[in-house]
Design a protein around this ligand. Structure first.
Ligand code: CTP
Length: 323
């Protein structure tokens, strides 16, 4: 019977540095290969040894992976170069049925296929890599942004990635569940550019304030007018995908207005509007959350970690020789 059927455990590993919606899409597809998804995350020392320093440290990378809604469990400190011994440990100790990886070649230092062993014994499944998004591309954009901010002349990148968001991708990431009529809807809004730990903190806190977290992902034009011509780093559809991959977000408004409006509060039956302590968004001298304040549905939460697209960009600039 289905009740007694053992669950199929699938495993995927990686670095998940500055985790993006390409990684999330890999985890989504891996999860669909079974019932339980176990994710192995490589530690900082291993990444440094094999390919240079990561932008996000292991504490952040682990948190990003754990916050992804398709991930059931995580194994820390897995080797960068997959050995047969480690793969056996996955099968024997962790009950893994299939090892899953993207369809890009993955070679060991000796030039052999890293997944030859699970392939040989029929315990390997492959998923499609998501083109048009990568850590390297995001780091490149942040580097150029930092260099321009420092007054340097920066050549436009010719081969900047272009990701094309389809309606089916948004459907795969999102939910078809309508907002339940009796749900306490929490609305939280922002740019959510280069999704990071600070965003996860905010969404997690928003979730504790109600039953349904609706996230307003600000329109590209609004972010640009507020933060400058180099922003946003990722467009509103890409930013929305990263938010949807987070387990604390239930639904997104893609290209949301900065200013809370009557229409927005009524259409979605919003019970609480949440913003972080430090955020003061003024448009024409008026706080963007003014209407929510006036109606008594506004809540501020304090910031747990100071992490934003700007802190990530600063970190990259400080170590730019290494990237
Ligand atoms: N992955 C993917 N699509 C991308 C990037 C990664 O499907 N655009 C998949 C990889 O195939 C792998 C998993 O995500 O199975 C974890 O990838 P990771 O080891 O973090 O790294 P990279 O492949 O190096 O990703 P990136 O180039 O973005 O650093």
């Amino acid at each position: 019977t289905t009740e007694t059927r053992r669950k199929t455990v699938v495993y995927m590993d990686g670095c998940f540095d500055t985790m993006h919606y390409g990684h999330a899409n890999a985890l989504r597809q891996a999860r669909a290969c079974g019932d339980v998804l176990l994710v192995g995350v490589v530690n900082d020392a291993e990444i440094r040894r094999c390919k240079g320093p990561p932008v996000c440290d292991e504490v952040e990378r682990l948190e990003m992976v754990r916050a992804c809604k398709w991930v059931d469990d995580v194994i820390e400190d897995v080797p960068y170069e997959v050995t047969d011994e480690f793969t056996d440990e996955l099968f024997e100790k962790h009950g893994v049925d299939y090892v899953v990886h993207g369809d890009d070649p993955c070679l060991l230092p000796d030039g052999t296929d890293a997944y030859a062993y699970p392939k040989r014994i029929g315990k390997y499944k492959e998923i499609k890599r998501t083109e048009g998004v990568s850590t390297t591309d995001i780091v490149g954009r942040l580097l150029r942004m930092g260099a321009r901010a420092a007054g340097e002349e920066v050549k436009e990148e010719e081969k900047e990635a272009t990701f094309c968001t389809t309606s089916s991708r948004i459907a795969q990431f999102g939910t078809t569940r309508a907002i339940p009529a009796d749900a306490k809807v929490v609305y939280v809004h922002g740019a959510f550019d280069v999704f990071n730990r600070g965003h996860i903190d905010l969404l997690r806190r928003a979730k504790t304030l109600g039953d349904f977290v609706l996230v307003g992902v600000h329109a590209d034009a609004e972010v640009r007018s507020r933060r400058g011509a180099d922003h946003p780093v990722l467009n509103e559809k890409e930013r929305a995908l990263s938010v949807l991959a987070c387990r604390y977000a239930d639904e997104v408004v893609i290209g949301a207005p900065m200013k809370i409006t009557h229409d927005l509060l009524t259409t979605f039956n919003v019970a609480v509007v949440v913003a972080e302590d430090e955020d003061e968004y003024l448009i024409g001298g008026e706080d963007v959350n003014a209407l929510a304040m006036k109606r008594g549905v506004f809540r501020r939460v304090d910031r747990e970690h100071d992490c934003s697209v700007l802190t990530v960009a600063k970190r990259i600039m400080e170590n730019r020789a290494e990237f």
